[in-house]
Design a protein around this ligand. Structure first.
Ligand SMILES: Nc1ncnc2c1ncn2[C@@H]1O[C@H](COP(=O)(O)OP(=O)(O)OP(=O)(O)O)[C@@H](O)[C@H]1O
Ligand SMILES: [Mg+2]
Length: 497
């Protein structure tokens, strides 16, 4: 319709537009009339708009992803940056490398001009990194940014037929992938309580959590270990499920067992597995429900709240400070109640956040308040027990690198079947030498000593039980004699009467 590179006039474009509606004559006349009536600027605008419609279309569509959208960062830009790091190819010529002092890995970024070809569901997508010095001389610049700021953006080009797939599933997939990469690289935090006088009292303080415990290094029965891992994996996947059934997205675990059986190590392994921060709540430092409420509300999502040694720290009713005012005893506001704690755990707090795990640990499950053990309160009770032959194999692999068999294994495993020894005690022996023969000999020695002590204790117990029984029998004999004597008297009395 338009010849050569000559720009069509507004009237001819309007004519073309009207001709599509069916009447060239009419269009011509409308165009001529409008050409006279419409001011120049509006004609220019109409011209460029119509020009756009009549230009032959390129089959390639390019999406431009700018670094920021005004004040806010562009989420898809940040996600693309992270995603592209995983797509660096041997053809890539220039990369920017950096490292955060607290980060674990290098951060890799593509340099301006670099191109990456990605494939998604059979679609070829060409990524390109672009940059330009922003021209901020513009008096209309609302942000008053400094001059010569470098503007960065990504361009993704692909066949326009795939627009729906790219917008509907490729870009969301990039957001997801970037989230998981960031989670992977995230440095976990351990939050503990710090008491600052005069500054609102007690608050959370964090340090990096660098506990190396993992499920692989934990000495635990394999079935129980698998059960815990599956439970955690199921929990983090079930956001929609929890919403559907109207439950807060939280899960409670009670870890119980003797000291040194790995309860704290299991908490660290769970945190490392899920990449969740840990909040270590020492209840002994908290006096009021109001403090507890404030601290609970400051806990982030995707976190593990740990209350260690709950049997020792939860002697709650004793926290009431009772003073005498004249003759009438008064209870101060200084109190933390069990119901307060349970209300937060079960109640509204748990629905204020997402993906929360609560773990109680105790050496004495039998001493816990039944309210804490009520069904549904702690979802899973995990018993951390003395070292088993399987647990010992895990420790031997961790500490000595023995993955196969060792001649001392048979003796150690036989002794373990009849001796109570914690994984912590075994680990202590294994640390004594780098020479596996010496280290394992140490384990044997300790086990034999423990067994002997156990046997002696058992004998002592039997002896004590024997003495007790002898005493009991003696008392019983006396009682029978006395009953006989008394009975005799009674009989006599009765006879007399
Ligand atoms: N099951 C285990 N697997 C691997 N290592 C363990 C295990 N149990 C204990 N250990 C080792 O012993 C050390 C102490 O264990 P941990 O602190 O986890 O025990 P705990 O059950 O929390 O004890 P406590 O009841 O005294 O708090 C750990 O640092 C770890 O090296
Ligand atoms: Mg512990």
């Amino acid at each position: 319709m338009f010849s050569g590179k000559e720009l069509p006039s507004s009237s001819s474009l309007l004519a073309a537009y009207a001709s599509m509606a069916g009447s060239i004559m009419m269009a011509q006349s409308i165009a001529n009339q409008l050409g006279r009536l419409i001011p120049r600027q509006i004609r220019g605008y109409l011209l460029s708009t119509l020009n756009h419609f009549f230009k032959p279309q390129s089959p390639i569509l390019t999406l431009v992803i700018e670094e920021s959208t005004g004040f806010a960062r562009n989420q898809i830009y940040d996600a693309s940056e992270t995603y592209l790091c995983t797509k660096v190819s041997p053809e890539t010529k220039r990369l920017k490398i950096s490292k955060n002092p607290k980060g674990k890995n290098f951060t890799i970024k593509l340099e301006t001009g670099e191109e990456i070809v990605d494939h998604y569901e059979g679609i070829e997508l060409k990524w390109r990194v672009e940059s330009a010095k922003a021209d901020n001389n513009d008096s209309h610049n609302p942000f008053h940014q400094p001059k010569n700021v470098e503007k960065l953006w990504f361009e993704i080009s692909f066949h326009r037929n795939h627009k729906e797939t790219v917008l509907g599933s490729y870009l969301p997939c990039i957001l997801e992938k970037a989230k998981s990469v960031r989670e992977e690289e995230r440095v976990l935090k351990m939050h503990t309580l710090s008491i600052s006088q005069g500054h609102g009292g007690i608050k959370w303080e964090s340090i990096n959590l660098e506990h190396p415990a993992s499920f692989e290094t934990l000495a635990m029965e394999p079935d129980l270990k698998d059960l815990v891992i599956q439970d955690l994996n199921r929990f983090v996947k079930r956001k929609d499920f929890y919403k559907r059934v109207g439950r807060a997205w939280k899960r409670g675990y009670l870890l119980y067992g003797p000291p040194g059986t790995g309860k704290s190590s299991l908490v660290a392994a769970m945190a490392n597995h899920l990449k969740f921060d840990v909040y270590d709540l020492q209840l002994t430092n908290i006096m009021r429900d109001s403090d507890l409420r404030r601290l609970f509300l400051a806990i982030g999502n995707r976190s593990i709240l740990v209350i260690e040694d709950i049997d020792c720290s939860l002697d709650l009713p004793d926290r009431r400070q009772v003073s005498r005012d004249g003759d009438s005893p008064k209870t101060h506001d200084v109190q933390l109640t069990l119901s307060g704690l349970l209300n937060f755990i079960d109640g509204l707090w748990s629905s204020c956040g997402d993906e929360r795990i609560i773990i109680f640990t105790t050496n004495h499950k039998d001493r816990l308040d039944p309210a804490l053990l009520r069904p549904g309160r702690m979802d899973m009770h995990i018993h951390m027990s003395y070292c088993t032959p399987h647990g010992f194999r895990v420790l031997a692999a961790n500490y000595l690198g023995i993955t196969g068999y060792h001649t001392l294994f048979g003796e150690i495993e036989d002794l373990l079947k009849t001796t109570e020894i914690t994984p912590a005690q075994v680990a202590e022996q294994l640390l004594k030498s780098e020479d596996s023969n010496i280290a394992l000999e140490e384990v044997v020695k300790l086990l034999k000593r423990k067994k002997l002590e156990g046997d002696e204790l058992f004998d002592e117990g039997v002896k004590m039980a024997g003495i007790q029984e002898a005493k009991r029998q003696k008392v019983e004999k006396k009682r029978r004699v006395s009953v006989r004597i008394n009975g005799g008297r009674k009989t006599n009395k009765r006879r007399c009467s």
